[in-house]
Design a protein around this ligand. Structure first.
Ligand code: 9WN
Length: 410
C-alpha cells in the first residue's frame, strides 16, 4: 500500500510538472503558485533533487524589482482559472499577480540543502540573495509595528478562514460588476468560498491594480489589512533558516538576524488574552478575529510556545480525527468541508509538525503524522480533507498533498 502510494505521489508530481514549474493540480489551478511550488520542490527532492532546485529557481525568476515574489505566475494563459493575468495586471513576463504568499522558501530550501550540500551548493548560492531580498520586501511592505500583515486573504494562502471575517466585512464588494468564476466549475461549490467572498476578493484586487501595485500604497490605502500570526510565525522561522543558510555560505547575516529579532520581539503583541491564543487582528476596525486558527498552531514552527495555549489547542484537535482542523471545531462557523473553515490540510499539518519537531513534541508529531497518513489513505491525494471522516475535498491529484506524503506523512 505504502509503496503504491509512493509511486502514485511521484506520478502526480510528474503529471503536474509543466516544465520547470509544477501546477497545484490540473484544471482547477493551471498556473505556478508560490508556496505550492516550494512544497512541490520539497516533494521532488525525495526522488529528483535537480528538478527540485529548478522549481524554486523558476519561482524566483519572477521576483519583482522590489524583492516581492508573486503569489501566481501565469506562464501560459488558461481560461480555466479566474482571475487571470488580464484581471490582475501585475506586470512581468510571464505576467504575475500583484501580491505575495507565505514565505516558506527558506524553510524548505534549508532542508533540501542540508539533505545534500554538494548537489545544492550552486542553487542555494544563487538563491540566497534573492531570498534575502524577498524577506526584506516582507519587512518593508508587510510588517507593521513588528507584526506581519496581509493585504488580501489570498496573500495568507488561507483564503476564507474565519481569521479574515472582520476585515472582509469592511470591504465593499458591491461594485465589482459581473464576472464568471471558474473554480465552482471544477469542484463542488459547497467546498469553496462563497460569492460574497469572491466579490470582496475582487474589490481588493481592483484597488491594488488601481494603485499600479505600488506596495507602499497597497499597505497604506488598500481596503483590507489584518495581522496574520500564521504568516508571522512562518516568516520568523524562515528568517532563522535563512540566517543558518547564510552562515553556512560565509555571508554576513546580521541584517537577517536583526529582522528575526524584530519579529520575535513582537510575538507577545499577537496574544489575544480573551482567546488564550495568538490571533489575527483587524488593523482597520481594531478588532481581534477571536479565532483559534492555523496561526496559533504555527507558533511552534518559530520556536514559540505557551502552556496556556497548548491545552486549548489539543482540546480542539481532540474534536476531530484526521489532523489539525483549519478552524476551531467548536467555533460557530465551523464547516468540515468548506475550504479553510474547518478541513484538515496535509500541507498545513506538515508545517505544523516541523514546529512540533523543533519544540521536541515527539508524541504530537507522531500523532499528526499518523492521522495525516490515514487521511491520505482514506481520501487520496486531495487538496484537503474532511477532518471528521478523512473524505477528500476540493481538487484531486494535488501536488502539495503528494509532496507531503513523500517527505513526511508516508
Ligand atoms: C488563490 C493553489 C492555491 C493555494 C492557496 C489556496 C488556493 C487560490 C484560489 O489555491 O488559493 O490564490 O483560487 O482559491 O487557498 O493556499 O496556494 O493551490
Amino acid at each position: 500500500m505504502t509503496v503504491e502510494l509512493d509511486a502514485r505521489a511521484k506520478e502526480i508530481l510528474r503529471g503536474n510538472d509543466r516544465g520547470g514549474y509544477t501546477v497545484p493540480t490540473h484544471g482547477l489551478y493551471p498556473y505556478q503558485w508560490n508556496w505550492d511550488s516550494v512544497f512541490s520542490a520539497w516533494g521532488f527532492s525525495t526522488f529528483d533533487l535537480p528538478r527540485a532546485w529548478v522549481e524554486i529557481e523558476t519561482l524566483f525568476a519572477s521576483q519583482k524589482a522590489d524583492g516581492m515574489v508573486p503569489h501566481i505566475i501565469f506562464h501560459q494563459v488558461d481560461p480555466g482559472y479566474f482571475p487571470g493575468p488580464d484581471v490582475w495586471q501585475g506586470g512581468g513576463e510571464p505576467p504575475t499577480s500583484g501580491i505575495s504568499q507565505p514565505p516558506v522558501a527558506a524553510i524548505l530550501a534549508r532542508l533540501m540543502w542540508e539533505g545534500d550540500r554538494d548537489a545544492g551548493r550552486a542553487a542555494i548560492t544563487a538563491l540566497y540573495p534573492k531570498m534575502v531580498a524577498w524577506h526584506r520586501w516582507w519587512m518593508e511592505h508587510r510588517v507593521v509595528d513588528g507584526v506581519a500583515v496581509v493585504t488580501h486573504p489570498w496573500e495568507s494562502g488561507r483564503d476564507n478562514c474565519p481569521d479574515w471575517d472582520h476585515g472582509m466585512a469592511g470591504v465593499d464588494g458591491s461594485n465589482v460588476g459581473e464576472y464568471h468564476r471558474r473554480d465552482t466549475g471544477h469542484v463542488d461549490a459547497d467546498m469553496r468560498p462563497k460569492k460574497i467572498d469572491y466579490d470582496r476578493y475582487l474589490a481588493i484586487v481592483y484597488a491594488g491594480r488601481s494603485m499600479g501595485w505600488d506596495q507602499a500604497r497597497v499597505l497604506a490605502e488598500g481596503p483590507f489589512l489584518m495581522t496574520d500570526p500564521a504568516v508571522h510565525f512562518i516568516l520568523l522561522r524562515a528568517m532563522d533558516d535563512l540566517a543558518a543558510i547564510g552562515r553556512d555560505l560565509g555571508q554576513d547575516v546580521a541584517e537577517v538576524e536583526g529582522w528575526a529579532e524584530t519579529l520575535r520581539a513582537a510575538v507577545p503583541d499577537m496574544w489575544n488574552p480573551d482567546l488564550g491564543a495568538y490571533d489575527a487582528y483587524d488593523l482597520k476596525s481594531g478588532q481581534w478575529a477571536n479565532n483559534l486558527g492555523t496561526g496559533a498552531w504555527l507558533s511552534y514552527l518559530a520556536g514559540v510556545e505557551n502552556a496556556a495555549m497548548d491545552a486549548r489547542l489539543t482540546k480542539a484537535w481532540d474534536k476531530v480525527r484526521y489532523g489539525i482542523p483549519s478552524a476551531d471545531p467548536e467555533g460557530a462557523t465551523f464547516n468540515p468541508k468548506r475550504y479553510w473553515r474547518g478541513p484538515s490540510w496535509a500541507v498545513m499539518n506538515a508545517l505544523i509538525a516541523l514546529g512540533f519537531q523543533r519544540m521536541g513534541h515527539e508524541a504530537w508529531d507522531a500523532r499528526l503524522r499518523r492521522e495525516t497518513a490515514d487521511m491520505i489513505r482514506i481520501g487520496g491525494f486531495a487538496e484537503y480533507h474532511d477532518p471528521l471522516d478523512g473524505s477528500p475535498c476540493g481538487g484531486a491529484n494535488f501536488s502539495w498533498t503528494a509532496a507531503i506524503w513523500l517527505t513526511w506523512a508516508g
